[in-house]
Design a protein around this ligand. Structure first.
Ligand SMILES: Cc1cc2nc3c(=O)[nH]c(=O)nc-3n(C[C@H](O)[C@H](O)[C@H](O)COP(=O)(O)OP(=O)(O)OC[C@H]3O[C@@H](n4cnc5c(N)ncnc54)[C@H](O)[C@@H]3O)c2cc1C
Length: 461
């Protein structure tokens, strides 16, 4: 018997309509195609599987995710790849501990999934709903290459599209209106999905036969930098551990509003983002944990502020879904007329931390050496590239995409657009004075000293 039961979480989510699948009435094989949802808890795709069905969990490393960009660097740096590989392997281990497994492949999903579907007599593919252009294109290719249903589940956001108080075309373009609408109409008490027992693997699954379909891990080993503000190890258990440590261990949540603009160390902000980005933590789970904490220890401005920030994340996800490809255009979702400028030397000085501005340089070095940067740092370096160095904001966004271990398409490109004045900011002239910011947030220059003298290899990996 290969199924097992694991920790129940409570409650069933709203908005997951899978009754038609559950009542099909014969034993089926469901292929769960994991993408940016590398977890088992709070997983809508699992709630729709009958316990007597078979489940084939699959992850595919798509070579298109690490192509070299026209700007001369890879879409995915070694740091990001290392964190991703760690997270995928942790998922495999977790599934194995529950008597299941994860088939890890490399190639194009639209070529591999039809082969698997045939080999394992798959009845349906379950996968995360996509919102970004490139991912939607891949999904559409998969659909065209296969005759079985591909069923999408909304597992990335706190709210499903049908739960939003607006149709997407009426989604507010200003964050405050979005926040007020959500808070007023639906509140912030989203439920976390109950955990289910995992169905058996298909009978023909033999890990030994299939083992060599992925030749990784490919990332070069990275040891966590001693100055690093994040010490993230990939995987769901590590993500949940950080959630509980930050909330109940350090009570960081109770002082978050005062500390969140910090620059040094693990405690100034939650550092949930690397796990959130790969779906090893669900946004709903964080929200539930904050709500539980408030019940036990009382609510304050800081506990509220964590929810406020999660709403920013949510806002960018839905804004991307609404605007599609415009999210990535020079004129942004405002469609402004802009002229692109890209000077390789200027850009290199920024990305390798060699500009005239020491505060910017320190932040860029931190990003390069650790795959992370504080929110305060991100705002400053982005503003500096766009408004002081006059470079096309999309090259900065692409560099962040390559380096950040918490890279999230909506949060990254949405924030860049915002700072470049072509996004959701009602003000178009929001320029950060990096000198003044350094005086305010690094008054003794401690942060700058921490990074400025660090050596860097200055290559693209
Ligand atoms: C130019 C730029 C690029 C960014 N790129 C990314 C990205 O690729 N991935 C990413 O997750 N965040 C991005 N952010 C947002 C923010 O900087 C990070 O979410 C945050 O620094 C992560 O650290 P934390 O988890 O400790 O955040 P905390 O301060 O503890 O916040 C908790 C959570 O709230 C969400 N959040 C907080 N601030 C924002 C914000 N401004 N926009 C969206 N969500 C937010 C994140 O999910 C975060 O994990 C970017 C911000 C800027 C200015």
């Amino acid at each position: 018997m290969k199924s097992s039961t694991f920790m129940p979480e409570i409650i069933i989510s709203k908005g997951t309509n899978c009754s038609w699948l559950l009542f099909l009435g014969f034993m089926k094989t469901i292929l769960h195609w994991f993408k940016q949802d590398l977890r088992i808890h709070d997983m809508p795709g699992f709630a729709c599987i009958n316990p007597q069905d078979c489940l084939l969990p699959v992850y595919i490393f798509d070579p298109r995710h690490s192509v070299k960009l026209k700007y001369g660097f890879s879409k995915m740096s070694n740091h990001r790849l290392a964190f991703l590989e760690q997270s995928v392997l942790a998922l495999k281990e977790k599934l194995q501990s529950l008597n299941s497994d994860l088939l890890i492949l490399e190639g194009k999903p639209e070529e591999l999934l039809p082969i698997l579907a045939k080999q394992f007599n798959v009845h349906a593919i379950h996968t995360e709903k996509e919102i970004a252009h490139e991912e939607l294109q891949v999904l559409s290719n998969v659909r065209s290459s296969i005759s079985i249903p591909v069923i999408e589940f909304e597992s990335r956001t706190m709210f499903t599209e049908s739960e939003l108080p607006w149709n997407l075309d009426r989604l507010p373009s200003v964050f405050t209106d979005f926040r007020k609408g959500i808070e007023k109409h639906i509140g912030l008490n989203q439920c976390v999905l109950a955990e289910h027992s995992l169905p058996n693997l298909p009978k023909s699954f033999d890990a030994n036969d299939l083992e060599n379909l992925w030749h990784g891990p490919y990332a070069k080993h990275i040891s966590i930098h001693p100055n690093s503000a994040v010490r993230a190890i990939g995987g769901e258990d590590e993500g949940v551990k950080r959630l509980h440590e930050y909330t109940y261990g350090m009570h960081g949540i109770a002082t978050y509003k005062e500390t969140r603009n910090g620059l040094i160390g693990e405690a100034y902000s939650s550092k949930f983002s690397p796990w959130l980005a790969l779906g090893s933590l669900s946004a709903k789970n964080i929200l539930k944990t904050v709500n539980d904490y408030e019940q036990e220890f009382g609510a304050n401005d800081s506990t509220y502020w964590m929810k406020f920030e999660l709403l920013w994340r949510e806002f960018f996800q839905w804004t991307l879904k609404k605007h599609g490809i415009d999210f990535f255009l020079l004129g942004g979702i405002r469609g402004l007329k802009k002229t692109s400028s890209w000077n390789q030397e200027v850009f290199d000085s920024w990305r390798f931390g060699e500009t005239q501005d020491a505060f910017v340089n320190a932040n860029m070095k931190e990003l390069y050496l650790t795959g992370f940067m504080s929110n305060r740092g991100r705002q400053n370096v982005a503003s500096y590239l766009v408004h002081d160095l006059n470079q096309d904001w999309r090259i900065g966004a692409a560099w962040f995409e390559s380096r950040l271990i918490d890279y999230d398409v909506a949060s990254n490109w949405g924030n860049w657009m915002y700072i470049a004045g072509v996004g959701n900011d009602p003000r178009q002239d929001r320029v950060f004075n990096t000198k003044r910011q350094a005086d305010m947030y690094d008054p003794n220059g401690e942060y700058q000293k921490l990074w400025l003298y660090e050596n860097m290899a200055k290559n693209d990996s």
